[in-house]
Write a protein that binds this ligand. Structure first.
Ligand code: T46
Length: 137
């Protein structure tokens, strides 16, 4: 099963503007230890191209739009366009992800379950496929 899912958060307010609140471990399925955001990505650039061994994340597009391609190495794939800032894409461990088609002005905010740890990344696709064969069998 693809351990990826679209989440919808409540948007409050209308004429005076919108407010979206996200509470750690209440609105998302983990304690948030880290927040980072990605901006100024040229439209022809593909980011990501890795998986994580332990990390859970929720990706939110606060402005603009971006396509998130996910797969589990077992031929299950999903492409999700994020362009609504009250929606987030949950991505669990052992999912290969790529981000493409960043519109001008896109702000991609990421909520993460762990502190930054480069040893949690698998950045080589062949190595990833080998690890998922072991993980999903
Ligand atoms: C992910 C996608 C959605 C840090 O020093 N601290 C951090 O918290 C992060 C996330 C990155 N970095 C460093 C590591 C690299 O030298 O920042 C540089 C760029 O990171 P990276 O090439 O991994 O960025 P993306 O956009 O390919 O991937 C990022 C996250 O790293 C990754 O966990 O799932 O966004």
């Amino acid at each position: 099963m693809l351990n990826v899912g679209l989440m919808k958060f409540m948007k409050r307010g209308e004429n005076s503007g919108n407010l979206v609140a996200i509470e750690s471990a209440r609105d998302i399925p983990f304690e948030i230890k880290r927040i980072y955001y990605i901006t100024n990505v040229p439209s022809n650039v593909i980011r990501g191209c890795h998986s994580h061994t332990r990390l859970h994340q929720v990706l939110l597009c606060l402005n603009g739009s971006v396509t998130i391609h996910t797969q589990n190495g077992n031929s299950e794939k999903l492409s999700t366009v994020l362009s609504v800032n009250s929606e987030g894409l949950y991505i669990g461990p052992n999912i290969w992800r790529e981000m493409s088609d960043f519109a001008s002005g896109t702000v991609l905010l990421v909520l993460a379950s762990e502190y930054y740890d480069e040893s949690d990344y698998i950045r080589n696709y062949e190595e990833y496929l080998k690890s998922t064969t072991d993980f999903f069998k």
